[in-house]
Design a protein around this ligand. Structure first.
Ligand code: MLT
Length: 203
């Protein structure tokens, strides 16, 4: 494993022609968490999996929050740039194309912030239980990028209105957005896995 600016795991591709995935864990996760999910939804794809650098009571995250669902937006911005810079470093070190982000919860939120601030860093994104990461984002252009948002209609952390606002903001910025609300809570369900796999296979 190369020494890069984030602690991470990298698993090289074992099947040709699949876009690499950038795996972004939720609060309290680490670089190992989403590897099995990545292998299930994109068999044979290269997997790049960093560990969030912010610690909240010892739990890794990708940016600071002031309370549940209330973000330190200056930190969101700084960390989105830092993570996009890591993607650039890793692409050079491992010789991979721009990845599709596969993020869960806090990881989905930093992926959404990267789409808004550094769209060139990602080829597309699967956002699992994401919310609007920034109240005000500069204008951004997501032409040619596909984004899948999977929300839970019973998610106690993310109001349906918030996830809908994220979908609108990304599609207004010209991404091809698919937003599906599943009859579940904040945790992932088998349907998330099936829908993400089907969507990635179409990439
Ligand atoms: C966040 O802080 O990004 C969201 O509240 C989701 C979470 O990580 O719990």
């Amino acid at each position: 494993m190369a020494t890069l600016s984030y602690t991470h795991r990298f698993i090289p591709a074992s099947a040709p022609g699949r876009a690499p995935l950038l795996l972004l864990h939720g609060t309290g996760g680490d670089e190992n968490d989403l590897i099995p999910l990545g292998q299930t939804v994109a068999p044979g794809a290269a997997l790049l999996s960093p560990r969030g650098k912010v610690l909240e009571n010892g739990m890794p995250r990708f940016f600071r929050r002031l309370a549940e669902g209330v973000f330190d937006e200056a930190d969101v911005k700084q960390r989105a740039h830092e993570l996009a810079d890591f993607v650039t470093e890793a692409r050079e070190a491992y010789g991979i194309e721009a990845p599709i982000a596969l993020g869960f919860s806090n990881g989905a939120n930093i992926a959404a912030a990267m789409l808004m601030l550094r769209p060139e860093a990602l080829a597309g994104a699967v956002l699992l239980r994401a919310m609007v990461p920034l109240k005000e984002a500069p204008a951004f252009d997501l032409t040619g990028k596909r984004i899948l948002i999977l929300s839970g209609s019973m998610d106690p952390i993310i109001p349906a209105e918030n996830a809908a606002r994220l979908a609108t903001s990304l599609s207004t910025s010209k991404a091809e957005v698919e937003h599906i609300s599943l009859p579940t809570g904040h945790g992932l369900s088998q349907q998330d896995v099936t829908l993400a796999a089907t969507w990635i296979a179409r990439t």
